[in-house]
Design a binder for this molecule. Structure first.
Ligand code: SAM
Ligand code: SF4
Length: 482
């Protein structure tokens, strides 16, 4: 979501007359979009800000956006006094206004003669944004004598506003994101998101569909619908227009002419309905992949995590997915070392990996976060033990992925071409099931990024597949048998 937030921020600011630059050196304004989901991510922010301090002497300005901004607020000015602007993730829509304020304040340096009007305007036209990772930089025409300017944009949890913009600067010309729901009301005991991203608020399905059609008209063929919990989507459409459920919206996006693939993330098991699986079965453009974070295989730990489902209820959802007509890949998130997780709870998680047979697992050591209910629980599992459990879990999942991926060998799958690895003489593709497939092409063929080609899978690794591109004729002669 952070990547897409950056795309929306960059697009919005470009519309305001800013321009992107390639490097930090070229920029006058550096906007740093941040994540605070785990302590490590947050620490990285302050290290990076410390690195930037030396650039202050060159007259550059710094802004911190996102979850760390929302969480730490004005305290960021204390830890990093060279920062002039702090804007939380629920306040991006205010950013242009805040930057105008910042520029105004910068120019109004007491005792200085303001620069001629045309000078700043000229700099403004030259302004450009940089999309290096999560950072955005811009030539803004700010002066060097205004280090005490402090601008904050911090919404409380109650904001009803979504950050909608038609000017998203998408980084990939073929695959694009659309946020359908912002914020989160689930308050899982370990999670900071409800505090940094505000309450749940959905966009109208009409506006989501309008954006999907606009993207299709621009040549996008893959859309990923985003939200912290897309299954909680509540269509606010009014005026007697039909409200769509999440599954209906998913199907409608999949039916937009020109759209070949639709993905969605993240699903919360509690709100995951059978209608989503039915939609995947019914609409060919919906990808064969569901990311359904489980967090733990122990009902006792799930209860302590306030996840609002039991292991059995989770497995019921998995059974729906496995009963689908299509072979839907399943991936998940797991936290190890949550307060009170015993060896036997952890063993239940390992057992769940086997029972489900995931295609991929994102696993994390529990990290205590400010304001979260789990802070009241003793974080008694030493970091070393958390690290051990993480390693055991990753090794187990790796072992489970080997036979799973081997099943694809001999089948023909369609991939969207993502790039070319010149050194290895291979193209990189992604299957509908979200697997990376590195493949060779027949002599004289050079598949273009964004195109869809049939590939015969010839080998497999734990995290990827290998194959040979086929001609359309060959691919219809062989039957996919996964
Ligand atoms: N909304 C999604 C859900 O309910 O599963 C998750 C969004 S969160 C940005 C992504 C993942 O980060 C979570 O699924 C969880 O595994 C992990 N995570 C969140 N808070 C964490 C914490 N305090 N410590 C470790 N991992 C955490
Ligand atoms: Fe965090 Fe839970 Fe909300 Fe996911 S559902 S964002 S884990 S509080």
């Amino acid at each position: 979501m952070n990547v897409h937030d950056s795309e929306k921020v960059v697009g919005t600011l470009m519309q305001e007359g800013y321009r992107q630059v390639e490097t930090v050196d070229q920029a006058d304004l550096i906007l740093y979009n941040t994540c605070s989901i785990r302590d490590k991510a947050e620490q990285k922010v302050f290290h990076r800000l410390a690195d930037y301090k030396k650039l202050q002497a060159q007259g550059k300005k710094f802004g911190v956006l996102g979850c760390v901004a929302q969480q730490e607020g004005a305290k960021i000015f204390e830890r990093a006094p060279h920062v002039s602007l702090v804007c939380g993730s629920a306040s991006y829509r205010k950013l242009p206004e805040m930057l105008t304020q910042l520029e105004g304040a910068s120019r109004a340096v007491p005792g200085e003669i303001p620069p001629p009007a045309g000078e700043n305007a000229g700099v403004r036209d030259d302004a450009f944004l940089n999309r290096g990772g999560a950072e955005s930089t811009r030539d803004s025409g700010l002066t060097t004598r205004d280090s005490l300017v402090r601008i904050t944009g911090l919404d409380d949890r109650q904001t009803d506003e979504c950050f909608e913009t038609e000017f998203t600067a998408r980084t990939n010309p073929h695959r694009g994101y659309i946020t359908i729901i912002e914020g989160c009301d689930k308050f899982c005991a370990y999670c900071i998101v409800p505090f940094t991203r505000g309450k749940e608020r959905s966009r109208t399905s009409d506006s989501v569909l309008a954006e999907a059609r606009q993207m299709a008209a621009l040549g996008y063929t893959e859309i990923q619908l985003l939200g912290q919990n897309v299954n909680s989507y509540q269509d606010p459409t009014s005026n007697g227009r039909k409200k769509r459920s999440f599954a209906e919206l998913l199907a409608a996006v999949g039916e937009v002419p020109g759209i070949k693939r639709v993905r969605f993330t993240t699903s919360h098991p509690r709100d995951f309905g059978r209608d989503i699986v039915e939609a995947i079965d019914a609409v060919p453009a919906l990808c064969d992949h569901v990311h359904l974070p489980v967090q733990s295989g122990s009902t006792r730990v799930l209860d302590a995590m306030q996840r609002l489902y039991t292991r059995e209820q989770y497995m019921e959802r998995i059974a729906w997915i496995k009963a689908a007509k299509r072979d839907i890949a399943i991936t998940t998130d797991v936290i190890v070392g949550f307060p009170g997780e015993t060896e036997s709870d952890f063993a239940e998680t390992l057992d769940l990996l086997e029972e489900v047979g995931y295609d991929g697992v994102f696993s994390f050591k529990y990290s205590p976060r400010p304001n979260t209910p789990a802070l009241n629980l003793e974080d008694a599992i030493p970091d070393q033990e958390k690290a051990r459990r993480l390693e055991v879990l990753m090794a187990k999942q790796r072992d489970l992925q080997i036979p799973r991926n081997r099943n694809y060998v001999g089948s023909i799958v369609e991939v969207m071409v993502e790039g070319h690895n010149q050194a290895r003489g291979q193209w990189i593709g992604r299957t509908s099931q979200n697997k990376t497939l590195n493949f060779t092409a027949p002599a004289g063929k050079s598949p273009q990024s964004g195109s869809y080609v049939p590939v015969l899978v010839t080998a497999s690794f734990p995290n990827s597949l290998v194959g040979e591109m086929m001609s359309q004729d060959e691919s219809t002669a062989k039957t996919p048998d996964v």
